[in-house]
Design a protein around this ligand. Sequence first.
Ligand SMILES: NC(=O)c1ccc[n+]([C@@H]2O[C@H](COP(=O)([O-])OP(=O)(O)OC[C@H]3O[C@@H](n4cnc5c(N)ncnc54)[C@H](O)[C@@H]3O)[C@@H](O)[C@H]2O)c1
Length: 386
Amino acid sequence: MDELRLGVIGVGGRGALALHAHKPEKKTRIVAGTDISGSAIAKFKERLGDGVATYKDYRKMLEKEDLDAVFITSPDFLHEEQAVAALKRGTAVYLEKPMAITIKGCDRILATARESGAKLFLGHNMRYMRFVHKMKDIIDSGAIGEVKTVWCRHFISYGGDAYFRDWHSERKNTTSLLLQKGAHDIDVIHWLAGAYSRRVAGFGSLGVYSRCKRRKANDPYSAKFDASHWPPLKQSGFSPRIDVEDMNMILMDLDNGVQASYLQCHYTPDSCRNYTVIGTEGRIENYGDYGGESTIELWNKRHDGFRLKGDKTYKFGHDFGGHGGADEKIVQGFIDYLRKDKRPFTSPIASRYSVATGFLGAKSIRSGGKPFDIPRLNKKLEGAFS
Ligand SMILES: NC(=O)c1ccc[n+]([C@@H]2O[C@H](COP(=O)([O-])OP(=O)(O)OC[C@H]3O[C@@H](n4cnc5c(N)ncnc54)[C@H](O)[C@@H]3O)[C@@H](O)[C@H]2O)c1
């Protein structure tokens, strides 16, 4: 077995994910990395040793290193350019979500992957989370009958820390937090429902963080989570420019007639993704996701009135590791895809539809709630990845 030579574009922040792949004893080695930040590069070298090659410009790394694959863990607005550059050279890509910040950007990445034949893997780690798999298994077992509707409420206590102090706060960098955060959940909704959205409409607002104290453009800032940052309106140090919504609500009509909602709020006191899936013979709901003692409740007998406990409870212990262990699992999924052609749980096509739904959901929010049809991907591209 030949050694897999891996590179990382954006070694700071989320770039730490790629370290799960560095297993020289298993012939998988990170040999190079690139970042515009000197301190991120220094930390990367500290972790991997002086033998690892580093670059400020990702193009130089692609040119000089003989890489089998790259992890792209840079900010959202760079994904399209960097993924296209790597795929064009025939280098396999692990691309963080969201795939790109426009529908056109996603379709360009897909077209490039199809032309070059290089493997493209999307970083939707929720598809490697235990609670999501369990919900899918329950649905697939028929326990709630035919799925008719999926509702997701997404509470984000750290929204003010993570998304309104740096590049995330501007539409030009993210389009909307419906892509940056919601691309995960829209993808999970599509997966659980078994179809993609064909039409979307929404309302949303920027009503809290726009009222907080801002920093000046050149002031230092930190986007680290800090639980003492409460209540939201008392916080300061926010980006000089904020034009993404801090509360988003979209309604989706899916190809198979399932209808869904995704509600996202960035100033809640707690954090959780809470899904309920309702079918013709019952309903499931998760209490907690990966961060603690979580359960999925299944109600499939009639009870007139509210019952906290379902007719059946599926319990989960505490999962350890990044994102409840999903980070390590998804990286292994990528390596297995590269080495053994093992089909991953994620899909580039599904990722494209999550971006398309978020993109047009944001457009609807910014157009007074007008619904938009989601353009289908051309058949050639769809066929190339199915
Ligand atoms: N799947 C998940 O659970 C998950 C979690 C966190 C972040 N992410 C995704 O990871 C990506 C990065 O997010 P982040 O919070 O780490 O952002 P970040 O701002 O910390 O950026 C990551 C790194 O990229 C570097 N970078 C910026 N411009 C670059 C360039 N031109 N070339 C090379 N490197 C460059 C930055 O200096 C930084 O070290 C985003 O797309 C985000 O959506 C995914």
